[in-house]
Design a protein around this ligand. Structure first.
Ligand SMILES: NC(=O)c1ccc[n+]([C@@H]2O[C@H](COP(=O)([O-])OP(=O)(O)OC[C@H]3O[C@@H](n4cnc5c(N)ncnc54)[C@H](OP(=O)(O)O)[C@@H]3O)[C@@H](O)[C@H]2O)c1
Length: 259
């Protein structure tokens, strides 16, 4: 019996696909039959070389390298998942963010998507079909000033850019959708919980609770799992979601407190 969801015959580029929600999305897309090319700065030893291209996407050259690999290895693309994002800014609020910190947040969270879309979306429009998923964050709705103001602002910019792109290319058959996660229980965020726990003299559950408290609580009582983010993205990228474009899906266990 055919499954509810298939990505059979789809060529997909997934950025940031070696860790966290990106790795889960790569695994699910492959399970669902997609031909996947993914990218990060370092290839994990257990990842097939044929499906990986190494690049630093914070640079124009890195984005060009990936776009060229999409053209030569996938010979076009049907789905782009812009998973790459994060923050390296120091804590300390507004005053701690100088020119270099702001530039770094934009280079990681906004410009890779803009550059890769500029290189690859025209081909999708020519073929008359495609799906582009921009992974934003609930911080674009719920910004936290202490350490991630620049990140939140860059994700908000990504969201507005995504909406504008959807208006232009949806009439040409290319859907553009945003996914806004809340806290995802990735390996990196578990390390953060462990560090907070150590500093406060509590256990890892206590550290996780501290992260949830900083978000104002999570009504389901836990962060999302990377596989849950991947499931939403797979659905939105599939032909099942053929009438969904120009909108954002929040996946946060109820964290955002407003309707
Ligand atoms: N984790 C959360 O709680 C959370 C919450 C809301 C939104 N999000 C968003 O969800 C998405 C996934 O987050 P995540 O936490 O699952 O990611 P993650 O575990 O931090 O993984 C980041 C991925 O991006 C790659 N990467 C990092 N810097 C790169 C660069 N300069 N060039 C190319 N690749 C680079 C990493 O590999 P290399 O290090 O080898 O390059 C890795 O594959 C992001 O857009 C994030 O903003 C996350």
């Amino acid at each position: 019996m055919p499954g509810f969801l298939t990505l059979q015959g789809k060529r997909a580029l997934i950025t940031g696909g070696t860790q966290g929600a990106g790795a889960a999305t790569v695994a699910l897309f492959r399970d669902l039959g997609a031909q996947v090319l993914t990218t990060a700065r370092r290839r994990p030893e257990d990842m097939d070389e044929a499906m990986f291209i190494a690049a630093d996407l914070t640079t124009h050259q890195g984005c060009e390298t990936v776009a060229e690999a999409v053209r030569s290895r996938l010979v076009g693309v049907d789905i782009i998942v812009h998973m790459l994002g994060g923050s390296t800014a120091p804590s300390g609020g507004f005053a701690a963010l100088g020119e270099a910190e702001w530039q770094a947040e934009l280079n990681l969270n906004l410009l890779p998507a803009v550059r890769l879309d500029r290189a690859l979306v025209p081909g999708m429009a020519l073929q008359g079909s495609g799906a582009v998923i921009h992974v934003t964050s609930i911080q674009r709705l719920l910004p936290l000033p202490e350490a991630t103001m620049g990140y939140a602002a860059a994700k908000a910019a990504l969201s507005v850019y995504s909406k504008a792109l959807s208006k232009e290319v949806s009439p040409k058959g290319v859907r553009v959708v945003r996914v806004a996660p809340g806290w995802i229980e990735t390996e990196a965020s578990l390390r953060l919980a462990e560090r907070l726990a150590q500093e406060a003299g509590t256990d890892v559950e206590g550290g996780k609770q501290m992260i949830m408290d900083a978000l104002g609580g999570i009504p389901i009582g836990r962060p999302s799992k990377p596989a849950e983010i991947a499931s939403l993205i797979a659905f939105l990228a599939s032909d099942r979601a053929a009438s969904i474009t120009g909108t954002e899906y929040v996946i946060d266990g109820g964290t955002v407190p407003t309707a």
